[in-house]
Design a protein around this ligand. Sequence first.
Ligand code: SAM
Ligand code: SF4
Length: 348
Amino acid sequence: MNELLQKLEKEHILSKKELIILLEDNEINSELFDLANKTREKHVGSKVHLRGLLEFSNVCSNNCKYCGLRIDNKNIERYNLTFDDILYSANIAKEAGYKTLVLQSGENQAYPRKQMKEIISKLKKMDFAITLSLGEKTFEEYKNYKEAGADRYLLRIETTDKELYKKMHPNMSFENRVRCLKDLKELDYEVGSGFLIGLPEQTISSYADDLLFLKQIEVDMAGIGPFIPNPDTPLANENEGNFLLALKIMSIMRLLLPDINIPATTAMEVLKPDGQIIALQSGANVIMPNITKPVYREKYSLYPGKNSNDNIAKENSETIKIKLQNINRGISEDFGISNAYLIKKSTF
Ligand code: SAM
Ligand code: SF4
């Protein structure tokens, strides 16, 4: 086996220089994917966790250059789901056997804190693990949501290149993003983060930094998402992220943090037919099917193809089950708490 892969398998760490060598060497790709697949099997098993993704509001006060929900995009109709709409999707998720709900939205104050807490605690009473992905909040807000019953929080760092971060996120700060991640850890959330692949000016060197950042903060979940240009954003004419590079980075993530949860992202499926199945065979162990009422899905348009593509995330759990059976994998029947989180708790 390639020496660096051997070292990565044994020690779960490499220097930045070594990561760059791996990322630049395409001869090792199939060995890397196989090793990530074996490591996933050994550390988190063969079962795939399904998380029902509920996109409950597309209102956003930020202006991230890559995202279709940015405030300057006037070409989409904005919505906030009512509690009945949320409940409708939660019931569908329950019937389909999902154990986790992911409540995702633009960054907004559309739901006052009290109302958000009520939503969380009502869904929690339905015996779901609750993941939130609402963007940057204060320590107090994160605390209130945790007390209301939230278990996990997803907040991607997007890129650790501070100059690029600044260019991509007008009126936001890298330091505040990191502060949020630290607050979430302190509050004992299971913390998910991640980054984009293929933003203009991202380099192999910056991906190595991104990987080491997630290793250093010991995330419990890591989402690696290729960038897909959205025609309604300033990055409309940029190239999309490279599927193979995203897959390599995701596989290396598995080897750096073998016990975490790693989703096969929807963006991977948009870039390549069966992209999610390929990701599940290269280190991933989670998929996040969309359970939002279909009428709203087109309006949650982060990037083209997200909802129109016939990807596995759109299908019901029966169809997903068949696709997984074809690769000798089954659907998990537990809450899918990250092993990395459980190990940290037991050694505390
Ligand atoms: N507003 C919250 C936040 O920014 O953390 C949560 C929702 S946001 C839409 C979820 C993720 O979508 C972001 O973390 C970003 O990485 C991803 N995203 C947005 N636009 C994208 C694009 N054009 N291509 C790929 N991923 C994109
Ligand atoms: Fe808003 Fe999140 Fe999109 Fe940024 S990535 S514009 S915060 S929804």
